[in-house]
Design a binder for this molecule. Sequence first.
Ligand SMILES: O=C(O)CCC(=O)C(=O)O
Length: 298
Amino acid sequence: MSVFKPFTLALIQLGSIGAEKTANLQHAREMILKAAAGYTKKPDVIVLPECFNSPYGHVHFPVYAENIGFTPGKPYDVAQSPSASVKMLSAAAKEVGAWLIGGSIPERDAATDRIYNTCTVYNPNGDLVATHRKVHLFDIDIPGKIKFKESETLTGGTTMNFFDTEFARIGLGICYDIRFPELAMISARKGCHVLVYPGAFNLTTGPLHWELLQRARAVDNQVYVSMCSPARDLSAGYHAWGHSMVVDPMGQVVGEAGEGEEIIYTDIEPGRMETARAGIPVTRQRRFDVYRDVSLPN
Ligand SMILES: O=C(O)CCC(=O)C(=O)O
């Protein structure tokens, strides 16, 4: 079992995401510095929202996509990275000396030319240590409300991803990924204590499902669950729900932003996971004689 110690999580509900990528990167950088300085103690993990360097929409992904060139388990030299976003995030993580879950950016795979919605993660030295390509693409059609088809330009990732820090194992997903309980369940069974999803729900599904899904994944798996959204901007093409959130392993909301640009801080307390698991011991009551353990290979 990997270590689980108290730590502080900072969610940046980023605003002012416009058409100018350089300005988006500059603003994100300023907010990372602000998040690092704005609490009683420096937060250990700082999180940005989904698609923080470009407007959100499948037509924008090819235009803003960057080659990252990261292969898990292989050394990665940020100084040689072709990605301006990776360079900024790495430098910011190093400057503030905190772990950074860099929201997501459109990524173009140089070998296949496919585009992914990709989260990159940095340690406090600025090393790129993990990535997650959104596995489940946001293709929905609720007549009269919202139609969205990420698969018009994006390809879904094919791996589940987590990373280890000195205080917790953190699982990764992106937005629509939270609707798929298997991903969260398998991450939790692999020992993740906290699941973080950079996201950008909308004004139709946000009020219905944003909190519900986080509380469901948290209570199912008795882990912390958190989603980090962009701020709501009614002048943008896509209206994000906001309400960046942290839910504890009992399913209680322990941190929540409003709609505008904001940084929220939550102290993650391992005791809450122990209490939830001791009082309601579902993690020890599973009946793999009745159904199979989906965290095991087929
Ligand atoms: O699942 C939803 O309702 C919203 C998902 C979404 O906005 C996304 O995956 O980017």
